[in-house]
Design a protein around this ligand. Structure first.
Ligand SMILES: NC(=O)c1ccc[n+]([C@@H]2O[C@H](COP(=O)([O-])OP(=O)(O)OC[C@H]3O[C@@H](n4cnc5c(N)ncnc54)[C@H](O)[C@@H]3O)[C@@H](O)[C@H]2O)c1
Ligand SMILES: O=C(O)[C@H](O)COP(=O)(O)O
Length: 529
């Protein structure tokens, strides 16, 4: 008999099939503290959660029988994925079930914000008939900026069009073709910040999206913008937002999520007259809760019964026969993908993977998945894994093409990842496993290089002119950036060149901007591996 623990409020109707299964015993214990959960989790084969239960390393370590953690919802940021993967515990989620519900909540928030509904309600039920203080705005003919055009963002855009809004959309995976199909205008963060009347964010919270809207964005923001966040707290800098409202830059904000949940009672959002809030209710409808609970229950049953399953967020099993030959390449493959994604500066429409040498006679699908995960993971964060990465690429109209070359340019094995954009621009990174030296990147675009793919890398493109190396070194030194290694690559004397610097710690954005002001220097980016 499999024992399943439900530790958050999950729809009974949704988990009915689990409760009805003859080989499953379901127990519900909600509101447990970490220690309490750790004390009992050893008895269970599966754990079902929403976002309240923090599935920490301690809980996973105590879950000696645990085979699967099921998240009835999208975000898995409350689950320690690495600890689960290390212990072979499969983590599954229900990515589709609450899309429409959260999109509708976003709209409810947008309209409540435009028409001051919560504030007007409070006054009216308080006995004050105030028809003067709540002059609203129409949505029609307004510009809506959508940051993140995944499942929810796309649905929001679709509905906003029905309201007569013009849509500016930003997503690192949104190509011109897809934007045209969705009848939205492809924009940058800066375009949205400067031009939108309403802005809504629908990205995951990743190191890249954390505070993506902060003081610098508020400083150039179109005056009177209204901002909605029904995605994750922290995408918009809460302190900077309150300042921007008080300075008259932002007209109002509607937030369903907070940087820390639940927020402290003295959180400035809770008493601000221009900010409306809900307690993370985006997914809270009867329909969505049933949908996500049904999806997750089905998957948990499959996993417990050793049947095929989908939607695993962490590591799936790889056949032992291919594993032994491919496994050494998984790490370099993922790093090449991530390097290429961080280096590309436009939406990717094709991931081209070329293998040569030792790898050319075997089925490299598992390795392909690691590379695609590396490419997508930079923007999609912890949601992407080697199970769902191909599906995620397909749903973003990204082709994955694998070729096998007979020539490995003198290397025993050679893995080349090329990201292609719709404008036929290409970003190429090639790597190899060198006997005795481990992982090496051996080519970046057209330049032969030799570097270990790890830590913080500054990648500079410049013109091969005397003095440039010294100027870069001086500027980094002045900014307390210690250079661990450095190399330059060029094809012809005086022509286009690249400089690759490994540095000891993360580099501040301002330092990268300063680098780009140096003469003969065209681009400077940081790549973290
Ligand atoms: N409030 C709620 O109750 C609730 C409910 C469901 C989902 N969510 C949250 O909503 C968010 C979106 O969910 P989804 O199902 O649409 O996810 P999704 O993965 O389908 O879409 C996320 C999109 O964000 C894009 N993205 C990543 N980095 C970006 C960046 N720097 N700039 C712009 N776009 C970027 C990705 O390319 C992707 O297309 C997630 O954070 C999810 O956890 C909240
Ligand atoms: O990621 C999600 O699915 C949402 O944030 C919903 O979270 P919840 O299940 O706790 O409502």
């Amino acid at each position: 008999m499999f024992k399943v623990l439900v530790s958050d409020p999950i729809s009974d109707l949704g988990i009915q099939q689990l409760m009805d299964a003859p080989d499953v015993l379901v127990e519900k214990k909600t509101g447990l503290a970490e220690d309490e959960l750790a004390a009992i989790i050893g008895e269970y084969d599966a754990l079902l959660v929403r976002s309240q239960t923090r599935v920490t390393e301690k809980i996973l370590a105590a879950g000696t029988n645990l085979k699967v953690v099921g998240r009835a919802g999208v975000g898995v940021d409350n689950i320690d994925l690495e600890a689960a993967t290390q212990r072979g515990i499969i983590v599954i989620n229900a990515p589709d079930g609450n899309t429409i519900t959260t999109c509708e909540h976003t709209f409810a928030m947008m309209m409540a914000l435009a028409r001051h509904i919560p504030q007007a309600y409070a006054k009216t039920v308080g006995g004050v008939w105030d028809r003067k203080s709540f002059l609203g705005v129409e949505l029609r003919n307004k510009t809506l900026g959508v940051m993140g055009m995944g499942r929810i963002g796309s649905e929001v855009a679709k509905r906003a069009k029905a309201f007569g809004m013009n849509i500016l959309a930003f997503d690192p995976f949104l190509t011109q073709d897809r934007a045209e199909k969705m009848e939205v205008k492809l924009a940058s963060v800066d375009d949205i910040v400067r031009n939108a009347d309403f802005m809504t964010v629908h990205t995951p919270l990743t190191p890249e999206t954390r505070h993506m809207i902060s003081r610098p964005q508020f400083e150039v923001m179109k005056k009177g913008m209204r901002i909605i966040n029904c995605a994750r707290g922290g995408i918009i800098d809460e302190v900077a937002l309150v300042e921007a409202i008080d300075e008259g830059i932002v007209a109002g904000a509607a937030f369903d999520v907070f940087e820390s949940e639940p927020p402290q009672l003295d959180h400035p959002f809770l008493s601000h007259p221009k900010i409306i809030v809900t307690p993370h209710l985006g997914a809270s409808t009867v329909e969505a809760q049933e949908n996500v609970a049904i999806d997750v229950s089905e998957e948990v049953l499959h996993i417990l019964r050793n049947e095929p399953f989908k939607n695993a967020v962490n590591m799936p099993p790889v056949a032992a026969s291919v594993m032994s030959r491919l496994q050494p390449y998984f790490s370099i493959g993922e790093k090449l993908g991530s390097f290429a994604a961080q280096s590309a500066n436009q939406a990717v429409s094709e991931i081209h993977i070329d293998v040569a040498g030792d790898l050319s006679d075997i089925d490299i699908l598992p390795l392909t998945r690691y590379i695609v995960k590396g490419v997508l993971g930079h923007h999609l964060g912890s949601e992407v894994n080697i199970v769902n990465c191909m599906h995620l690429a397909k749903s973003r109209d990204i082709n994955v093409v694998v070729t096998k070359a007979s020539k490995s340019k003198g290397f025993t094995n050679l893995l080349t990842v090329t990201l292609k954009t719709q404008n036929h621009e290409e970003t190429l990174v090639a790597g190899t496993l060198l006997n005795g030296y481990g992982e090496r990147i051996v080519q970046i675009d057209k330049f032969p290089v030799d570097m270990a793919p790890e830590g913080h890398v500054i990648l500079i493109s410049h013109n091969d002119k005397p003095g440039i190396i010294g100027r870069v070194g001086t500027l980094l030194g002045e900014n307390d950036v210690n250079i661990a290694s450095m190399q330059v690559g060029r094809k012809i004397i005086g022509g286009a060149a690249i400089m690759i610097l490994t540095v000891d710690k993360a580099v501040q954005k301002e330092v990268l901007s300063q680098l780009t002001t140096l003469p003969e220097l065209n681009r400077a980016i940081e790549i973290t591996l």
